[in-house]
Design a protein around this ligand. Structure first.
Ligand SMILES: Nc1ncnc2c1ncn2[C@@H]1O[C@H](COP(=O)(O)OP(=O)(O)OP(=O)(O)O)[C@@H](O)[C@H]1O
Ligand SMILES: [Mg+2]
Length: 682
C-alpha cells in the first residue's frame, strides 16, 4: 500500500467538514482541524499539549455522566469505535452541542499503534428534529390514554419541558369567555414556583398587545426567536408580574393555538430562558402540530361528552316520560318498549307483550296504511287507535311513527310514539256531561220562571176564596193546607231559579245562607229518610265567592250524604272562620258530616276522579270531580275523612275557602252558557 505523506494527510484532515482531533499515545492533542476548533471552542495552539479529556469533554445526553474516553476505548479494543448515541460535547464556554463521532487507531506499517484520530460532527439540528418527532409521538400516546383532560394537559406540558422548551404554560378559554391559566410547568424545579406565581396573572380578553390574546383572536401562531423586553413590559399587568419576567429572562418564545377546525380552545406558550438556542421555524411547526393534536383530542372529548349527555337526556325522556315508545321494525316486531307503555297496558315483562295480540283486529287496516306511509315518506300521519291492555280493557292512544335510518338512508328501525288519550277522552265526556247538566239547569230555571206567574194568580185566587164567609170550617182547613203547600211550591221555584243563576262576578254572602238554601232543596228527602240535621253556624262570617259554584259544591256534598243515609242518620253541617296555617290566609271552613256507611280506602282513593261512582245508573260520578275543580278555582281545598268502622262510621267532607277570592280567579270555572246565564228573579 502506498504511504500517504504526513503533510498531505494533515492537509486532508484540515479540509474535511467534520471535526478532527488526533492525539498521541499519551492522550495529548497533536492536531485539531478548524471544525474541531470551532466545535470545542479550543484553538489548536491552545489545545496542544493538553489531554483529550480536557479539550473534548463529552457526557451522556440524558444521564449527564462522563462518557468513556474514545481514545481509551480504541486502545483497549485496538479497532475503530463508534461513539455512544446521544452524546453531548461540553464546549469550552460551557455550552453544549449534540455530536456524533468515531475514533480510530493510527498505526505504523508494522501495525504498531502511534496514536488515535477522533472524527466528530455537530448533530444538534438532527437531534432537535428527532426530539421534536419524539415529543409528538409521546404526546400522541398520552392523548390516547383516557384520563381526565386536565391531567392529560399536565403530562403533555411536562413532556414539552424535556427537550423542547424550558417552560410551558397553557391558557384555556372558559365557557364564560374568561381565560384560565390551567397549566404552568418549568423544567427547573427551582423555577416552578415562579411560573405558578405568574399564573395569577392570566391574560385578559382586552389585552390586545398580549400574544395569547392575538393568537386567540386570529388563530395565527407566533414565533419570537428573541424576546424584546419591551413586549414583556407591555404584557405585564403590574410591577409584580414585571419583576417575575425580569427574573425569568425569557430569551425565545412560541405561541400556538389549541385548535380544532376553527374552534380555538386555548393557547400554548413555550419559552426558553435557560437554553440559549432560539426557537426556529421547525420548532414552530412542531408546536403548531401539538396544538392541533390537543385541539382534536379536546374536540373529540367534548363530542363524546355531549353525545353522552344527549344520550342520557333521551334515555330519561324515553324511560321516565309518560308517552309510550316502541322501537321495532317495518315487519311489526319490536326490540324495545318503554316502561310507560308497559305500565299503561298493565304488563311487567316485555316478553309477555305480543304486538299482534294487543291490537284489536279492527285497527289492522289503519296500521297497514301507516306502514305504507312510513315506507314511502319516512313518517306517518298520527292516528287514533286502541290497544288491548292485559286485563282486556281497550285503551285509546294517539299513535305517530317515524323511521330511523342509518347514514346511508337505509331504514334500520321504526320508532312509534303512543299518547294515552284516556284523560282527554274523559275530559271531553265530562265537558259533554256538564253541558247536559247545564242544559237541564237552564230548563229547570225556565220552568220555575214559567211556574211563578200562574202561582201568583193561584195565590191571589186563594186569597179571594178565603174572604168567602160562607165557607165551612173543614173547607177553610183544606184551604189553609193548600195555601201552605202553595207557599212551599213558590219557595222551591224561587230556590231553583236562584240555584241555576250563575253570576259573573264574585258576591259576598254568609256561608250559612248558601247552606240553608241547599238544605231547603233537600227538605222533603231529609224528612222522608228520617235524617236529622244539626246546624252549627259561626256568627258574622262573610264569604266572597261565586255563589252559584259554591252552591253546586254544597249541593253535591249534601246530596251524597243524603244518598248514604236512606235509613236515617245525622247530617251535621257547620261553618266557622279558619285561617290556613301554611299561608296565614283567612278563610271559612264548611263541614258536611254524615253517619252513612263511610268509604273503604279503595273507594276513597278514587272519589275525586271523573266518572267514578258506586251508584250505577243513579250517579254520574262527576259530582266530586266538578267540585274539586270549583274548589281549586277558588284557591280552596276539599278534604275527606271517612271510616267504615262501626263506632264512628260515616264521612266528613271539609271545604276550606278563602274569604277574599283573589283577583286572578275572578272567572267562573266553566264559562258554558248554562252556568253563566242570568235568570231574572220574579
Ligand atoms: N258521603 C259519602 N259517603 C259515602 N260515599 C261517598 C260519599 N260521598 C261520595 N261518596 C262516594 O264517592 C263517589 C263519587 O261521588 P260523586 O259525587 O263524585 O259522584 P256520584 O255521587 O256517584 O254521582 P253524581 O254526583 O254525579 O250524582 C260516590 O259514588 C260514592 O261512592
Ligand atoms: Mg254526587
Amino acid at each position: 500500500m502506498r504511504t500517504i505523506p504526513d503533510q498531505l494527510l494533515a492537509t486532508t484532515l484540515r479540509a474535511i467538514g467534520d471535526g478532527v482531533i488526533s492525539c498521541d499515545l499519551e492522550n495529548r492533542v497533536v492536531m485539531m482541524n478548524a471544525v474541531a476548533e470551532q466545535l470545542t471552542g479550543w484553538s489548536e495552539v491552545e489545545a496542544a499539549g493538553h489531554t483529550l479529556r480536557e479539550v473534548f469533554v463529552i457526557v451522556n445526553e440524558t444521564t449527564r455522566e462522563i462518557v468513556e474516553d474514545p481514545v481509551d476505548k480504541v486502545r483497549r479494543l485496538g479497532t475503530i469505535v463508534g461513539m455512544a448515541n446521544h452524546t453531548l460535547l461540553i464546549r469550552r464556554d460551557g455550552t453544549e452541542i449534540a455530536i456524533d463521532d468515531s475514533a480510530a487507531p493510527v498505526c505504523t506499517d508494522q501495525g504498531e499503534m502511534r496514536g488515535v484520530v477522533l472524527v466528530f460532527r455537530d448533530v444538534t439540528e438532527r437531534r432537535r428534529a428527532e426530539w421534536n418527532l419524539d415529543l409528538l409521538a409521546r404526546s400522541g400516546k398520552v392523548l390516547l390514554e383516557h384520563r381526565k383532560f386536565s391531567l392529560l394537559l399536565d403530562s403533555i406540558a411536562e413532556l414539552t419541558t424535556d427537550h423542547f422548551a424550558d417552560f410551558c404554560v397553557l391558557d384555556m378559554v372558559l365557557p364564560s369567555g374568561e381565560i384560565e391559566r390551567s397549566v404552568g410547568v418549568h423544567k427547573d424545579p427551582a423555577l416552578r414556583a415562579l411560573i405558578e406565581e405568574l399564573s395569577r396573572f392570566p391574560p385578559v380578553p382586552g389585552q390586545k398587545a398580549h400574544p395569547v390574546i392575538q393568537v386567540l383572536s386570529d388563530g395565527n401562531p407566533q414565533l419570537f426567536p428573541s424576546i424584546d423586553q419591551a413586549l414583556l413590559k407591555a404584557v405585564a399587568k403590574n410591577e409584580v408580574q414585571r419583576h417575575h419576567y425580569d427574573r425569568l429572562r425569557i430569551r425565545s418564545a412560541i405561541y400556538v393555538p389549541i385548535v380544532a377546525d376553527t374552534k380555538i380552545f386555548g393557547v400554548m406558550t413555550f419559552c426558553r430562558n435557560i437554553s440559549p438556542v432560539p426557537f426556529d421555524e421547525e420548532d414552530l411547526s412542531t408546536a403548531v402540530e401539538l396544538g392541533h393534536r390537543i385541539g382534536a383530542a379536546l374536540d373529540q372529548k367534548n363530542a363524546i361528552e355531549s353525545l353522552r349527555k344527549s344520550e342520557a337526556r333521551f334515555r330519561q325522556l324515553v324511560e321516565k316520560g309518560n308517552i309510550g315508545i316502541v322501537i321495532g321494525d317495518l315487519a311489526g316486531g319490536h326490540s324495545y318498549i318503554n316502561p310507560a307503555l308497559m305500565e299503561i297496558l298493565g304488563y311487567d315483562k316485555v316478553e309477555a307483550l305480543n304486538c299482534d295480540e294487543v291490537t284489536p283486529p279492527q285497527y289492522r287496516r289503519l296500521d297497514l296504511i301507516a306502514l305504507e306511509q312510513l315506507k314511502t315518506s319516512g313518517s306517518c300521519v298520527a292516528y287514533e287507535k286502541s290497544y288491548k291492555a292485559k286485563d282486556g280493557t281497550l285503551i285509546p292512544f294517539l299513535v305517530g311513527a317515524a323511521v330511523i335510518s342509518d347514514a346511508s338512508g337505509e331504514v334500520e328501525e321504526v320508532a312509534s310514539f303512543l299518547a294515552d288519550l284516556r284523560p282527554q277522552k274523559q275530559a271531553e265526556a265530562a265537558l259533554l256531561q256538564s253541558e247536559k247538566l247545564a242544559a237541564v239547569g237552564r230548563l229547570a230555571s225556565s220552568i220555575s220562571h214559567e211556574i211563578n206567574n200562574p202561582l201568583a194568580s193561584v195565590t191571589n185566587l186563594l186569597y179571594l176564596i178565603r174572604s168567602d164567609e160562607s165557607m165551612s170550617p173543614q173547607s177553610r182547613d183544606y184551604l189553609e193546607t193548600a195555601d201552605r203547600e202553595l207557599i212551599r211550591v213558590s219557595q222551591v221555584a224561587a230556590q231553583t231559579l236562584r240555584f241555576h243563576r250563575q253570576s259573573t262576578r264574585p258576591m259576598t254572602i254568609a256561608p250559612e245562607t248558601l247552606m240553608d238554601e241547599v238544605l231547603a232543596l233537600y227538605g222533603g228527602r231529609l224528612v222522608n229518610f228520617n235524617i236529622n240535621v244539626q246546624r252549627e253556624y259561626a256568627p258574622d262570617v262573610q264569604l266572597t265567592c261565586y255563589e252559584g259554584d259554591v252552591r253546586q259544591v254544597l249541593n253535591n256534598l249534601i246530596g251524597n250524604a243524603v244518598d248514604v243515609m236512606r235509613n236515617g242518620g245525622w247530617l251535621r253541617v257547620r261553618t266557622r272562620p279558619s285561617t290556613l296555617w301554611s299561608t296565614g290566609r283567612a278563610g271559612v271552613r264548611i263541614t258536611v258530616a254524615d253517619t252513612g256507611g263511610g268509604m273503604t280506602p279503595k273507594v276513597a282513593k278514587h272519589i275525586f276522579e271523573a266518572f267514578f261512582t258506586t251508584k250505577g245508573n243513579n250517579g254520574t260520578g262527576l259530582g266530586l270531580w266538578i267540585s274539586s275543580r270549583i274548589v281549586h278555582k277558588h284557591q280552596g281545598a276539599l278534604k275527606v275523612r271517612t271510616s267504615t268502622a262501626n263506632e264512628h262510621r260515616g264521612s266528613v267532607f271539609t271545604l276550606w275557602l278563602p274569604i277574599d277570592l283573589a283577583e286572578t280567579s275572578h272567572e267562573p270555572w266553566h264559562k258554558s252558557e248554562g252556568t253563566t246565564v242570568e235568570a231574572p228573579e220574579s
